[in-house]
Write a protein that binds this ligand. Structure first.
Ligand code: HEM
Length: 520
């Protein structure tokens, strides 16, 4: 660590919780003026060819997850380095400094730019402008196009009020999932089959599809082979993995049409076809209910989006599935795993749940779920314990000084904030699973763990942060409450490396949980 890096780290450690973002970055700014700013060309970096070879078969990182790759780079180059761009892609700055992260967020402007999914942007701009001419969508639009739709949908997604109506249907979807577990577990060992992650993904797909298109498909149990639902389910997972290959790993798709590029375009078209059908059918159902004289309340997310514009409803519906299914299902698998590996914590959570769920069938509601500190602490600690990816990206609208180097405007910067969640300088005993660190002391009311600014950003930060955060809270809290109230969950296999990281983390082992029924 050089003098500048240790200085910025001291600044970051010394500042208080998130509300002091401004003062943290202001302090960093004062220090920047005191030191000489070095040119961009001096930022440490591997050579282009050497970098490309390291990802080819037999290369240093050919088998590594992005997280492992990133840790090696940090050890090798320090808190900042340049990841060389190739085949038409720009060089990307990667920073692990909380002070740099503060600087980037402070300079991101009202319409922050995040340029992560070039292949999807290409599809939306050039292959299907008939749909995406309206807007490129939340995850992929920039500037005014992004600002317009984000401010239209913020009130729908970011206020808890909008989600109240989903407690009951989500409880029912989870009941169906519990029946499914009972059907598929081995009657002798009580373990579920090796592909249990597929079941978790179906659960999340069904829940998010309800939010996106106001309909249940039965994909968990009643109608597992529903062709349209299966297509949308499969494509929402495939899009992310093709995008990783095309947009993160070295790929020549911008120069020549590669097989992965062709698969990606086909997959995006397929998902769009089904989503258009789902939306048209939901609109028809609504119309029929209206004609039958029923008061259609207009309170569901889809109805609110339709009231703005059906084109927006389609685009957002697809973004929900593409951005939400994988990440949320993986988080749910991670919460079950941490609880299975820490039975005392699982028991503590169950005691909290018993207060609001006297029977296994007890309905969950906004009221009963509002005071569940241990459940929330378990989920928060899981997000820290198994970081979901490296962090997020921004492209700065102006030149900025990061770790003492000038970074020209327009350079993409990867803000590798998730590394901080495993850093003992910020989180004591980082390798311990301690939900208690997030609880308030009953006497003083203070949290035991205070996150220093920019060290806990699993959902990003600022106006462009994850729009699904509240949906995730609702979905994961409901599912974990239902599952832990119904079953003792165990995991009796090697869990030393359960995830690999592509864009976001992905299961790397078979999640053969053992589910033992609890007495009523
Ligand atoms: C555990 C689950 C999830 C995690 C960890 C997660 C994390 C993230 C992160 C880190 C970002 C980038 C934020 C930034 O750049 O500051 C993001 C963006 C986004 N997420 Fe999530 N997400 C999750 C689930 C969901 C769900 C369920 C939905 C949909 C309901 C969703 C929809 C989106 C969208 C649309 C964006 C782009 C927002 C924009 O650019 O305006 N996410 N998410």
């Amino acid at each position: 660590m050089n003098a500048w890096q240790s200085l910025t780290r001291r600044v970051a450690v010394a500042t208080g919780p998130l509300r002091s973002v401004r003062s943290a970055s202001a302090q960093a700014q004062v220090k920047v003026e005191d030191v000489e700013v070095r040119p961009f060309s001096e930022v440490p970096r591997p050579g282009k060819l050497q970098f490309m070879r390291s990802f080819m078969p037999g290369g240093e990182f050919s088998e590594a997850s992005v997280f492992d790759f990133s840790m090696v780079m940090r050890q090798r180059y320090g808190d900042i380095f340049v990841q060389p761009g190739m085949f038409g892609r720009k060089d990307t700055v990667v920073t692990y400094s909380t002070s740099d992260i503060a600087t980037v967020f402070r300079n991101e402007g009202a319409w922050p730019r995040r340029e992560t999914f070039d292949s999807i942007v290409y599809f939306r701009e050039h292959i299907r402008p008939d749909v995406y001419g309206y807007s490129l969508g939340l995850a992929t639009a920039q500037a005014e196009d992004w600002g317009k739709i984000r401010s239209a949908v913020n009130p729908i997604f970011m206020q808890p009020k909008g989600l109240q109506m989903y407690f009951e249907p989500l409880s029912n979807i989870n009941n169906e999932f519990i029946e499914r577990i009972k059907e598929i577990r081995d009657p002798r060992t009580l373990e579920v089959p090796a592909n249990f992650v597929d079941e978790l993904q179906r659960l999340i797909f069904e829940s998010l599809n309800l939010i996106a298109f106001d309909r249940q498909t039965g994909i968990i149990r009643r109608n597992r082979d529903n062709p349209d639902a299966l297509t949308l389910f499969r494509t929402s997972r495939d899009i992310l993995s093709y995008s990783f290959k095309l947009d993160m790993q070295p790929s020549m798709w911008k120069l020549v049409s590669t097989p992965t590029y062709r698969k990606m375009m086909r997959t995006l078209n397929e998902s769009l076809d089904v989503a258009q059908r789902f939306l048209a059918e939901s609109q028809q159902v609504l119309e029929e209910r209206r004609k039958a004289g029923e008061q259609v309340s207009g309170s569901s997310m889809l109805q609110r989006l339709l009231a703005i514009d059906p084109k927006l409803a389609l685009i957002i519906g697809l973004d929900i599935l593409f951005a939400g299914v994988d990440a949320t299902a993986t988080l749910l698998s991670a919460v079950l795993l941490t609880l299975a590996l820490h039975p005392a914590k699982q028991q503590k959570l169950r005691e909290e749940l018993l207060k609001i769920m006297p029977t296994k069938e007890s309905l969950l509601s906004e009221d009963t779920m509002k005071d569940m500190p241990y459940l929330r602490a378990v989920i928060k600690e899981t997000l820290r314990y198994y970081p979901n990816g490296l962090g997020t990206m921004r492209t700065c609208p102006d030149n900025v000084t990061l770790s003492g180097y000038n970074v020209p405007k327009g350079t993409p910067v990867l803000l590798a904030a998730n590394a901080m969640m495993k850093d003992p300088a910020y989180y004591p005993q980082p390798e311990e699973f301690l939900p208690e660190r997030w609880l308030r002391d009953p006497q003083s009311g203070k949290r035991q763990q205070v996150s220093p600014p920019f060290t806990f950003l699993p959902f990003g930060f600022g106006p462009r942060q994850c729009i699904g955060k509240r949906v995730v809270d609702l979905e994961v809290e409901t599912s974990v409450a239902k599952l832990i109230r119904n079953f003792q969950v165990e995991f009796l296999h090697d869990a030393s490396k359960p995830y690999k990281t592509l864009f976001v983390m992905q299961p790397a082992i078979d999640f053969r949980f053992k589910f033992t029924d609890l007495p009523e």
